[in-house]
Design a protein around this ligand. Sequence first.
Ligand SMILES: Cc1ncc(COP(=O)(O)O)c(C=O)c1O
Length: 412
Amino acid sequence: MPITRADLEALDRQDPLAPMRALFDLPAGVVYLDGNSLGPLPRATPGRIAEVTEREWGRGLIRSWNDAGWIDLPARIGDKIARLIGAAPGTVMVADSTSVNLFKLIAVALGERPDRRVILSEKRNFPTDLYIAEGLATLLSQGHRLRLVEAEDIPGAIGDDVALVMLTHVNFATGAMHDMAAVSAAAHDSGALVLWDLAHSAGAVPVDLAGAGADFAVGCGYKFLNGGPGAPAFLHVAPAHLDRARFPITGWLGHAAPFAFEPGYRPAAGIARATAGTPPILSLAALEVGIDIALRAPMDQVRAKSLLQGRLFADLVAQECGEATFRLVSPRDDERRGSQVCLAHAEAYPIMQALIARGVIGDFRAPDILRFGLTPLYLGYADLWDAATALAEVMRREEWRQAGFRTRRAVT
Ligand SMILES: Cc1ncc(COP(=O)(O)O)c(C=O)c1O
């Protein structure tokens, strides 16, 4: 039986998450399938930023570091993120970008395994993870090297020379998801530590860092957490490592007594040592709004809707565009898929541009992937119909052949 728009409208009527869409300021006429890259604007964010700007900064001035609790904001938001990723309070800090946090935590991990020289990762990990590991190995000049294998070969590649297994939980380009508990256990069995990049997981799929025994994690604030463009990132250090973690960026706010202004560095107790410099308060204020929304949505409902949307979207594209038009890159198996559907096509770039011109916004990942993020907080089921039928029109009318759609812009 073909899927109809009426079927999808019926699902929207029964959707317990449907009311959450009103919390976001989404433009009319747009189907937004790129919340895995940049989450949309929560309606409460401009007001909160105005309040922090005008009242806390404007009136409170420097007093607001204490009076408005600015100084505690990174750890306070960290504790909220901890609830989304199954981590204990006091083990997550908001700071810097994901890239910088990777640098910090890879260095911490290598410091804990001084006799081992290999960082193991997968070939198709997000490039910044690999670049940072490579750069740090060069900087350390101690013979550290990156070993890259296919995702399925990771468990077998954790030899006794591996200091750290560093993986992205949900792959950015395919949506394939690792079994966090199994990989973490395999790493530990071989004496290695494990670091998870949760960029495409936090707020999108169930994560249980503590249950999986993960050592370290990082993630982005601007994707499924809806913290705004360039929102600060987060990092997690498991309790067992907290008080011995030696961070490579020893800034004053990670000092045991920042306002003692001592000449020598002494790390703060616990996760506070993960901080380097002054936190970006306006960005943190925006991020907190997004996270408060994510905390309101029961993760079992988010996951169930995301999985159903993923299956429906893949089926709708096949139904409306023809089975052979696109190759489904994301796993069909629910257990192994994150919250995105990725389709391969030789002309993926101009096809995505033509689709965006029709108001259906996804993105392109080189060399040939159309990426569609599924964000149950504001994506309806009928939206999937509108997206799939727009894609079918782009293909049927060959709209992607227009010259303007071929010009590659800086951000794809
Ligand atoms: C898996 C993954 N890690 C890291 C990043 C980017 O990190 P940063 O916050 O340093 O830009 C992305 C961005 O898309 C990503 O997909």
